[in-house]
Structure formats: C-alpha cells, structure tokens
Design a protein around this ligand. Sequence first.
Ligand code: NAD
Ligand code: TYD
Length: 376
Amino acid sequence: MNPINHHPQRLLVTGGAGFIGANFAHYWLHHHPEQRVVVLDALTYAGNRSSLDGISDHPGFRFVHGDINHADLVEEVMREERIDTLVHFAAESHVDRSILGPDAFLQTNILGTHSLLKVARRLWLEQRITEHHRFHHVSTDEVYGSLTADDPPFSETTAYAPNSPYSASKAASDHLVRAYHHTYGLQVTTSNCSNNYGPYQFPEKLIPLVLLNILYAKPLPIYGDGSNIRDWLYVDDHVRGIERCIYRGSSGEVYNIGGENEWNNRDIVHLLCDELTALFAAEPTLAERFPDSPARSGEARELIRYVKDRPGHDQRYAIDARKSREVLGYAPAESFASGLRRTIRWYLDHEVWWQAVMDGSYQQWMATQYGVAASS
Ligand code: NAD
Ligand code: TYD
C-alpha cells in the first residue's frame, strides 16, 4: 500500500448537500472529528440541507450556500478557512436530465470545475496560503463509454469515450483537472467510480425510485429490455475509496473505484420487489404504513413497465479495481445484499426526508419523464 502522501486538515466539500457529498461529510466528521469540514452547495433540486442534519452542530462543520461558479465566494471561504483539501462532488449528475437539457451540465460540471481550479491555483500555488494542498476530483466510470458483454472492465488507461451530455461534461472536467496538474503543478487526484446506492439518494435514480414506487403502488419503469448492466457500489464504500485517494493517492494519479458487482436493471428491480415483499411479511406495521403497496401480497413485480429506452443508453459499465486495491489497499466493505438491506432500512426509517424532497419540481420531473404522478 502507498505511504501516506497527504494529511488533510481543513476540507472544502463542494456538493456536500447532495447524495454522495452528504454521506462523505457524515463519514468524515465521524472518522476525523478533529478536522474541519466546510460544505459549499448551491442547493439545486438535488441538494438538501436536511441531508446534513446530525452534523450541522458539530464544531468542525460549516455550511456555505453558494455556487462553485462564484469564484469570489469560493476564494473568500478558502482563504478564511485556510482550506488545504478540496473534495469536489458538486455536479449535475442525472443522465436523463442531461439529455433533456445539457446546458446546466456544461455550466456546473465544466465551467464550475474550471472556476474552482483557477481559485485553487491562485491560493495554493501563487499565494501559498497553506503548506500542502490537494484537489480531489470525484468523477464517474461513465467517461469511458459503454462495454459489450465480452469487453474487459474499464481500467485507468481505457480511452475516454463519453456518450451522454452528462458523461461528456464529466470527461471534460477530468481533463481540466489533469491539465492543471501537468501545466501548473496543482496537486490533484481523481477517482472514477461506478454507480452508487445508499442513504440520501434523490429518488430520480433507479434504486430509490423503484423502492418508493413499490411502497406507493406506482409503475416501475424499466428502460428498453432491462438488459443494461451497471456495477453497483454502496455509497460508504465509495467514500472510503475517496478517503484512501486523499491520504494515499499520488498527485496526478487516477484511481478507479468499483464494487465488482455487475447487475442488469431487470434483475435489480426484481430483487427490490422480492426484498420488500419479504420485509412486509416480516414486519406487519409496514402494511399499515403503506396500505396500497402490492408488496403486502407478493405482487410487487406486477408494477413493472417496460418503457421507451433512454436515447444513447450505455449497455454496460464495469470497473477493473486492481489499481486502487493494490496501490491504495482499497476493498469495499459491503456486499450487495448487506448494502441493499441497509439502504431499504434507511428509506423506511426516513420517510420525513423523502417526503420533503418530493416537492413540486420533483413532481414536474416525474410527469415529464414518465407521464405519471410521483409517489406521495
Ligand atoms: P447529486 O446530484 O446527488 O448531488 C450534487 C450536489 O451538487 C447537490 O447537492 C447540488 O445542490 C450540488 N450542486 C450542483 N450544482 C452546483 C453548483 N453549481 N455549485 C454548488 N453546488 C452545486 O450527485 P451525486 O450522485 O451525489 O454525485 C456527486 C458526484 O459524484 C458528482 O460529481 C458525480 O458525477 C459523481 N459520481 C456519482 C455517481 C453516482 O452513482 N451517483 C457515481 C460516480 C460518480
Ligand atoms: P441511473 O440510476 O439513472 O444511473 P446511470 O444512468 O447514471 O447509470 O440509471 C441506472 C440504470 O437504470 C440505467 O441503465 C438506466 C436504468 N433506469 C431505468 O431502467 N428506469 C429508470 O426509471 C431509471 C431512473 C433508470
């Protein structure tokens, strides 16, 4: 395993009110309570202040409401807090939204990342406000494009071939981060991770959408024939991988993080139907809370609807995690069975959270995308 290459003390976490960023902030203050965590988030439809409940009164925590494109604000916060580590999650992250409206993706994912890089260069390389620094960029395996069933999984040297406006914008940001290292000497690491699932995920993404729709007897939309494959990783395992990159990653390096856990969409939806059915059988109070759910009678799969495919839908993603395993000593802690059980339990125990995020804009998105009213 690599020696420790960087000791973070004062972190700026962009996008920390989103799904993975919020899990990261909770994890970090739990495992590194002596460190400073400043979350900067624009609170778009995907960001929720309530996802940070529980750490908001931690003495090491601060929340700043703002856009990563606002360089003056970012500079002021970084200087005031003497930030030595920037962990960059903020992004537009939903492929379907990028197909309907790519502009916001270019604005945040490309220009916003570049704005952060410029501030980082000014403060860390020119003004030297801290002795050491690190810019960790959180990216996705989608930059590598799509695999056929027989292709080897994506490694760090796989050529970029992004297919959606989302993945193209993330690919552009990866290149900018790389260029700031090579040209200016900014200390950077990048992680490219597979599909995450877990607490605080906005219910437009497959797993929480299906879970909540089973509870409310709404259709379960499967795009195309449901044969598309993703590699699923429990969110805390992604967070642990980022932690390894920050401490043990070498500047200028890229690390792929994944679960070696490939599932097609059809099987995932079936699995979620079966898991909820088993839970309803074991816990009679669920039938009282969700009286319309077909999970009461073992008929959840009846809700499945095969719908029009996503344009340009990537067939398969898979990660070759050899480098992060061998160099960073990284391995996921959760199996898919244990991670899904935790996730289902979290959603059942946090109805207040998901009721609150299903606001008017969410309802509008569901109606545009699926032509059906959302769960409520
Ligand atoms: P998310 O959509 O749940 O959260 C994004 C957060 O960024 C939100 O809190 C939002 O308010 C904030 N944000 C958006 N635009 C902003 C701006 N201009 N300024 C400040 N904040 C802004 O996304 P996520 O699923 O948590 O993904 C986080 C990162 O991880 C992204 O960069 C994504 O590309 C990457 N990633 C996600 C996955 C996944 O499966 N979700 C997998 C691999 C990589
Ligand atoms: P998603 O959660 O949107 O992640 P990504 O597109 O970044 O992989 O989708 C995961 C897979 O599930 C993807 O192949 C698209 C598919 N999908 C459906 O079949 N139905 C749905 O309603 C959604 C949201 C996704």
